[in-house]
Design a protein around this ligand. Structure first.
Ligand SMILES: [Zn+2]
Length: 250
């Protein structure tokens, strides 16, 4: 089957890790939750089936109490702070940003402080003091404020950025399932596998930074759900694949 062939490079890479007695670590970040939905149930069921720890980046301004009730007993789930209201303050010709250089630092840090306190209160057992800036972008000047707000880590997208290191730990996502600028559905499975293998190859020779997988359950098509399920299954089939929780990474 063609799709099976698409997964072969990942199986081979993980076999190489197994042979070398190495553990490839992954972590799962899912953005934009505010309430329980059918899509969230699907994500929770899937992660439960494979015992994959999950971090939900929740938008504080719109979070519903029902979400807190729904997650109260989900021990494998963490909740991080996804900005304040996920509002874009950049102009039309710029990349979208809520926490960019468009507003006063004290206004943004007041919002982030409010978001932190709100989620900590709503999710006392799930909360992790990690900021996930909407659209994975943040004004470097605002970064300096984060330790004062009690944030312990930042999570954006891609390889470590020198702008961000030094202030607080950065625990990034590296592979995004969705094709935002094209089909707006799941990216081609073969390309996604290739991207994950590339991240693993980099780590095999240098670092043990976990590979962050980024999902957005609210917009998943069948292909995205299928990819996630297969990724969980392929990782579970080898001793070299391990999912870690954001709480343990802090
Ligand atoms: Zn988002």
């Amino acid at each position: 089957m063609m799709d099976e062939a698409a997964w072969q490079p990942l199986r081979q890479e993980l076999a190489r890790w197994t042979k070398a007695n190495r553990i490839a670590r992954f972590w799962l970040r899912d953005d934009d939750a505010v309430a329980p939905t059918a899509a969230l149930e699907r994500l929770l069921m899937l992660r439960e089936a494979y015992q994959v720890p999950l971090t939900l980046a929740v938008v504080p301004a719109y979070v519903k109490e029902q979400l807190a009730r729904r997650l109260a007993h989900e021990v494998g789930v963490n909740v991080a702070v996804h900005g304040w209201s996920h509002e874009n303050h950049a102009s039309a010709n710029e990349k979208k940003q809520e926490l960019g250089p468009h507003r006063a630092l004290n206004v943004m840090s007041a919002e982030l402080g409010e978001g932190y306190r709100l989620l900590e209160k709503l999710f006392p057992d799930r909360f992790v003091p990690v900021l996930v800036p909407p659209w994975n972008r943040i004004d470097p000047l605002l970064l300096n404020e984060l330790p004062n707000l009690d944030f312990k880590a930042l999570s954006v997208f891609g390889p470590p950025n020198e702008k961000f290191t030094g202030v607080l730990p950065v625990i990034n996502a590296h592979v995004d399932l969705m094709d935002w600028h094209g089909t707006r559905g799941c990216r081609d499975h073969g390309q996604l596998v290739e991207a994950i293998v590339k991240e693993l190859q980099l780590r095999f020779i240098s670092s043990d930074e976990p590979v962050g997988i980024l999902t957005h359950h609210l917009v998943h098509d069948d292909s995205a759900w299928d990819f996630l399920r297969r990724l969980f299954a392929v990782a579970a089939a080898t001793p070299a694949g391990r999912w870690v929780s954001l709480r343990d990474l802090l």
